[in-house]
Design a protein around this ligand. Structure first.
Ligand SMILES: [Zn+2]
Length: 83
């Protein structure tokens, strides 16, 4: 249990799409979930992204477009500035 990774908000954003895809290693996934549990900003972004991904996936089998990712990232940065 000693090698648990500390996840920052930046790490979370980098790993989020893999997390949603379910393609992360167990250890990283656990760290991501621990971060989500205590970081409301990341939770909001994750929740929005997951919904967006589900909509995209139900329409066509396409990955999340970069433009959508950028928009979510910008929204998160706005949140941080407000905090
Ligand atoms: Zn965070």
């Amino acid at each position: 249990m000693g090698a648990k990774r500390k996840i920052t908000c930046q790490n979370f954003l980098e790993e989020m799409s893999d997390y949603i895809d379910g393609s992360l290693e167990e250890q990283v996934r656990v760290s991501i979930e621990a971060h989500l549990a205590k970081c409301p900003n990341c939770w909001v972004v994750f929740d929005e992204t997951r919904k967006t991904v589900e909509i995209f996936q139900s329409m066509e089998c396409k990955p999340l477009p970069e433009e959508v990712k950028d928009r979510l990232l910008a929204a998160l940065e706005q949140n941080w500035k407000k905090a």
